[in-house]
Write a protein that binds this ligand. Structure first.
Ligand code: IVH
Length: 668
């Protein structure tokens, strides 16, 4: 056979195999027996052996790659992967409806969808070819799991149109595959997975795509991240388009005209839950119009145009066997209930935080009690109440200790706080927790350094403070339990990589009182280097919008401490970056634009600019964009068919621009 006919044959085989694959895996309606599919695959494999150049990345033979990865590469999401706000009852849903209508007026349609219980993934296509897939990670940075995603047969490697976009969806393991997998694991004396979601997550993070391929994962896609040139105007149209070009979307979706209709449909769907072949953990309600979605925008964490209705948590009874005490990073003593193991919402629960002494008193919890347990938000185990009638008289009242269970120094109750605290800065339990916090995902994000490894390193005396992490040697790590050559090298690599982190990660990781991830970002952005921050006075700190009195005090006190100054110097000499690397803050005084220092609200549909472009443009000139019109709004930019916000602006006599005026200002 010559090259040309081989090429032609390969393309015909692709087409047939893709069609059969689509019918089987997406439509669930096979039109040929498996043997025919296998025969075509064999033919294509043979052909590719003879003409290796035909092994293109979109060939159906390339679903299971040959190479085992050493580690996953990080992927920065162009559009962040956010999560949804929650509604737990009818009132929450009605509030959501009210908020939406307040913003965009009464003419709103909703789409109601199932909330698939798997893990969020992002799929990038260029000219119709699947080029990269990633996990959600922390929402900004995920991991490149392209090879594993290719093994999911309902993910098209080539679309029916040459689109370039990023698609979001939920990868999951069907209930049947989960049961089969666990049976097999039990036979092999391996630990079974707790639930299909964990099994899916474990499978998608396999470095060997051959293992992932055996796990029978599936996917439902639910949105396009960057609608770019698709011409779509509604979420429901986006779903139809996704379906049209070859994706698997969930068919249990409905359009609703009113919140009443939404409530009825939720009830219907809830009844269907048990009969579905996959797990769901709720229902998602989305505003259908994309213009309205844009207008509603986002809070820091989630879109204002959608909400997740979570099913009521399952409640079960068990015995509270004992109460254990732990010492947290800030010295707070937390009591934890030790429970007789019990299955709740798909996993076995044997511990539940009791938070503090007041809660134990309030709920009248005694050791030996029969208690009702649920998982709040279906994740965190919680003692709901005590079944007093089942008491035998043998139960014991619990009281908090007077001394730290880790270092035995006297505990104090700080005025105005419910928590009891150990205030010994040398307390080993606090130091260990501080180390665990330093390496955690939102702080220095050192892969491979889980709680277990940190605890071991601390126990062995190999790390006493966070600087010691950067002094660890290969030989030291190899001596630890369950650390092979490969995981040691990966870990060392991750430690070295973390030195390059931008300042906010280090600041958050250091665990300064009252400084959360968001405040750390603000501080890093404002002061740019740790040296400048170290010199900052309280007045300079509170001059910043988001920094309050308490935080300013905490920052000054922290950096006044000679031990901290020593530690910062050590970190610097070990090569840890102490400067801010993110987008620069535009200072109002550095901008000569009319928009500098102005609070701007965008409303209506913008034609020339996307809402994000408009926002970024305004911010780059020193302005601030907020969501709702109030007395403190300086300017409203009204696009086409602007509604209630424009009206409010007129009532309040606020300056109003059209899009063209904004466009001119941004392009001056
Ligand atoms: S829309 C901005 N639709 O639920 C976020 N999410 O907290 C938009 N999920 O991790 C998400 N089914 O992966 C959306 N039909 C659905 C979904 C869904 C499951 C997951 C999603 C995310 C979480 C939201």
């Amino acid at each position: 056979m010559d090259k040309q006919s081989a090429n032609k044959l390969a393309r015909e085989l692709h087409e047939l195999i893709n069609t059969y694959n689509y019918e089987y895996n997406v439509l669930d309606k096979p039109s040929v027996p498996d043997s025919e599919y296998d025969r075509l695959m064999q033919e294509l494999l043979k052909l590719e052996e003879a003409f290796p150049e035909l092994k293109t990345s979109d060939s159906p033979t390339q679903r299971v790659g040959g190479t085992v990865l050493a580690a996953f590469q990080k992927v920065v999401h162009k559009t962040p992967m956010l999560s949804l706000g929650n509604a737990f009852n009818e009132a929450d849903l009605r509030d959501f409806d009210r908020r939406v209508k307040q913003s965009v007026g009464d003419d709103v349609q909703y789409v109601v969808e199932l909330k698939i219980d798997g893990l969020a993934v992002s799929l990038r296509y260029e000219n119709g070819l699947f080029v990269q897939g990633a996990t959600r990670g922390d929402g900004t940075t995920g991991e490149d799991i392209t090879e594993n995603l290719k093994t999911i047969r309902s993910i098209p490697l080539r679309l029916k149109k040459e689109l370039s976009f990023e698609v979001r969806g939920e990868a999951f393991m069907p209930k049947k595959s989960f049961e089969k997998l666990n049976e097999l694991r039990l036979q092999l004396e391996e630990e079974p997975f707790a639930n299909p979601r964990n099994a899916a997550a474990g499978s998608i993070r396999q470095l060997d795509p051959k293992i992932a391929a055996k796990r029978n994962l599936d996917i439902f896609v639910y949105s396009i991240a960057d609608l770019g040139g698709t011409g779509v105007e509604k979420h429901s149209e986006a779903l139809d388009l996704l379906e049209e070009v070859g994706f698997k979307t969930n068919q249990e979706r409905r359009k609703c005209e009113t919140i009443e209709e939404v409530l009825t449909i939720i009830e219907d769907l809830q009844e269907k839950r048990a009969n579905l072949s996959y797990d769901i953990d709720g229902i998602v309600i989305k505003v259908d119009s994309l213009a309205q979605q844009e207008e509603l925008g986002f809070t820091a964490k989630s879109p204002r145009w959608a909400i997740a209705y979570k099913f009521p948590a399952e409640e079960v009874m068990t015995k509270l066997v004992d109460i254990e005490l732990s010492v947290g990073r800030t010295g707070v003593i937390t009591p934890t209930a030790l429970l007789e193991p019990v299955r709740v919402a798909g996993t076995t629960v044997q511990r539940a935080s009791l938070h503090n002494e007041d809660l134990i008193r309030e709920k009248d919890i005694k050791i030996g009690d029969t208690v009702v347990v649920k998982k709040a938000g279906d994740i965190i185990p919680e003692v709901v109440n005590v079944l007093i009638d089942l008491r035998t008289g043998e139960e014991q009242t619990f009281s908090m200790p007077t001394h730290c269970p880790a270092c035995e120094s006297e505990l104090v109750r700080i005025e105005g706080e419910v928590a009891l605290r150990c205030i010994n800065p040398q307390c080993p339990a606090q130091i260990k927790e501080g180390l665990i916090h330093f390496v955690s995902r939102n702080a220095m994000n050192i892969d491979g350094l889980g709680e277990r490894v940190v605890a071991q390193l601390f126990q062995e005396g190999l790390i006493k403070d966070v600087a010691d992490l950067y002094r660890l040697t290969r030989d030291q790590l190899l001596e630890l339990e369950r650390m092979g050559e490969k995981s040691t090298d990966n870990l060392l690599n991750a430690i070295v990589q973390s030195k390059e982190n931008s300042l906010e990660r280090l600041l958050f990781g250091l665990g300064i009182r009252h400084v959360g991830a968001k405040a750390a970002k603000t501080l890093a952005q404002e002061f740019e280097t740790i040296e400048i921050l170290q010199q900052a006075t309280k007045d300079e700190l509170i001059a910043i919008n988001e920094i309050g009195d308490k935080m300013a005090d905490a920052v000054v006190t922290y950096f006044d401490n000679p031990d901290v100054q020593y530690l910062v110097n050590e970190l610097k000499s070990l090569g840890v970056n102490t400067t801010y690397k993110g987008p620069k803050l535009i200072r109002v005084e550095d901008s000569d634009s009319y928009l500098a220092g102005k609070t701007v609200v965008l409303t209506g549909k913008l034609e020339q600019l996307s809402r994000n472009e408009a926002k970024e443009g305004i911010e780059a000139l020193g302005g601030k964009v907020t969501g709702s019109v109030s007395k403190s709004t300086d300017l409203v930019v009204a696009g086409e068919s602007a509604g209630s916000k424009l009206k409010k602006a007129q009532e309040l006599n606020i300056e109003i621009w059209d899009e063209a005026r904004l466009f001119d200002e941004l392009n001056k």
